[in-house]
Design a protein around this ligand. Sequence first.
Ligand code: NDP
Length: 279
Amino acid sequence: MPAAVSRYAVFGHPIAHSLSPRLHALFAAQTGIALEYTAIDATPEMFADALRTFFAQGGRGANVTLPHKAAAFAFADVQTATAQRLGVANVLTRLPDGRIEADSNDGAGMLADMRGHCGIDPRGSEVLLLGAGGAARAAAFALLDAGVRSITIANRTAARAHALARALANAARVQVVGWDDLERCGPFGLIVNATSAGVQHAALPLPPSLVQASTAAYDLSYGPAARPFVGWATRAGCADAFDGLGMLVETAAASFDRCHRVRPDVAAALAKITEDNRP
Ligand code: NDP
């Protein structure tokens, strides 16, 4: 009798737009590993029950996206040190003893994309971080670990920016600035947009004074959601501006590697998914 195909899924709400099933199918084809990977739409009220059903029916691992990253962290039996530091998780894995482990690889995926595909080395940079939500939190810890000189956080809701700064606990390198004070800040070496303004088709007013000729801009969003920020950065004179598609591929590849102990060909998958999603 043939062995049962391993089951994986991505959970989110909404989830129809997710590229994760396509990416994992690409990785499976590259590595010759048979698997089933589906997208499961679960409201916050349904999320824990949907996960319990998935794992009870033999699910091996799950990726988790908006708005469930904090709930995924709370659902797990154990959390990796990275997830504990952030208080959120985007990867749930069933361990051999049956316990569910939560991990977060968003920050590592962003850095891998910056360094591997965008030619950005954040070491020593003065960084402007826009946003203070879950993704901004992962980005901020990763950037500090990567050796940036400073992080200036600006967020629509100032209290969340201050809460993130407190969590980073590095007063020498982290400061908060009000959104209305951005005109008096900069220029920066690296501007990271970790807001969801683009996803919501909302304007993100930013002054050109944030930019100098060597500034690199990076949006964690991708596809149409990243176009307004990437367009602004280009018009404002940034040396380079990137979206977060490479980050998505890097985090998916890290999840795949964690489950199957095989590193897929990220560059080939990124080229294919970029081609598939060309406007
Ligand atoms: P959260 O909901 O946790 O945070 C959203 C952030 O965006 C908050 O700081 C919020 O500010 C800010 N924001 C929302 N709307 C506006 C607006 N109109 N103007 C200014 N700021 C706004 O989301 P996440 O942190 O999880 O995700 C943020 C983005 O990163 C999303 O677009 C997501 O798709 C992307 N992402 C990409 C990944 C990838 O692999 N490429 C991985 C993870 C995330 P406030 O506090 O005031 O509400």
